[in-house]
Design a protein around this ligand. Structure first.
Ligand code: HEM
Length: 284
């Protein structure tokens, strides 16, 4: 089966679009490199951009199941595996660029991974993603059985936490992106928890949006206070104004609130039907 075909072997427009879109970020980085826009340290800049995209793709793959149930669109699950494998490919590219940055000296790479905790964490996350990628074929799903496969693939949540920790720890001063990604991850995990307990309405989603935005602001303020000594009150206050820039908590609030109208549309599309479980192993 080709990445863009469905189980009947026919071209799936959804899968084709997602497949092509997965090449977008890497082509964009290559284009910037070609244009000299990654100077003065092109490889290091590429490491950063590809690393950021790895985390974004991880979150996008984790968003598939919540979105599927919010908008009542079961077919969305068809692209989840592709997105997960895409995240793994970006992680491998990120690592390959790091090796290149170290002049291909594998001994040095290994010792850096052992010595620097943020690299150790990143490497564990990478190994985990490769393990999940290697077991995502239909054959491996059959061989492991649905229960064991699901159990193994639930480690994706832990791997995402490790990826977020790696990106926080490597940040020098600005943690805007890691905070934003953490906030969005909280939304996805919060949705999973609410969904499991039967809270599936628009009010629950709105409550989740507010709770995650507040938590995101607290994480940002806590991080700056601990790392740089900046007054947490001032960081929190910056979350209440958009004079300077939108803080991550505001983006999290907007992104999570966008789920409310989506839910409304989903209910209109299929008012009585609850998203059907798929026969394939699932991860939320
Ligand atoms: C799943 C695995 C990984 C993910 C999701 C990931 C993600 C990230 C992210 C998001 C950043 C920050 C980008 C930015 O804010 O601009 C980053 C930076 C970085 N990562 Fe990773 N990473 C992973 C594994 C690794 C591994 C295995 C290595 C090398 C052993 C590595 C080396 C680096 C380096 C060197 C930086 C830049 C640090 C600096 O310039 O000081 N990463 N990574």
């Amino acid at each position: 089966m080709l990445p863009w075909t469905d189980r009947k072997g026919q071209i799936s427009p959804l899968k084709l679009i997602v497949f092509l879109a997965l090449f977008g970020p890497v082509l964009w980085v290559a284009w910037q490199g070609w244009q000299g826009d990654l100077a003065p340290k092109p490889v290091n800049e590429a490491i950063h951009q590809i690393g950021s995209w790895t985390v974004r793709l991880l979150l996008i793959s984790l968003a598939v199941t919540p979105l599927r149930s919010i908008v009542h669109w079961p077919r969305l699950v068809d692209v989840r595996r592709m997105l997960g494998v895409g995240a793994m490919a970006y992680a491998l590219l990120h690592f390959a660029l790091y090796i290149l940055d170290q002049g291909g000296d594998l001994w040095r790479v290994a010792s850096e991974i052992v010595l620097r905790i943020y690299l150790t964490i990143g490497f564990v996350a990478l190994l985990g993603l490769v393990a999940l990628g290697a077991t995502s074929t239909d054959g491996m799903v059959r061989r492991l059985g649905a229960v064991r496969w699901n159990k193994l693939h639930r480690t994706i949540y832990l791997l995402t936490v490790l990826s977020l920790a790696h990106s926080f720890l490597q940040s020098k001063v600005d943690v805007t992106e890691p905070v934003l990604m953490t906030g969005l991850f909280l939304v996805l995990m919060g949705h999973r928890a609410l969904h499991k307990r039967g809270f599936r309405g628009m009010a629950s989603l709105a409550g989740l949006a507010i709770a995650c935005a507040v938590l995101t602001a607290l994480i940002e303020a806590g991080w700056y206070a601990a790392k740089t000594g900046v007054d947490a009150g001032r960081v929190l206050a910056a979350n209440l104004t958009i004079d300077i820039s939108m803080r991550p908590s505001m983006w999290v609030l907007l992104a999570a609130l966008a789920l409310v109208p989506l839910r409304f549309l989903g209910e209109r599309r299929s008012p009585t039907r609850v998203a059907q479980p798929v026969a394939r192993p699932s991860r939320a």
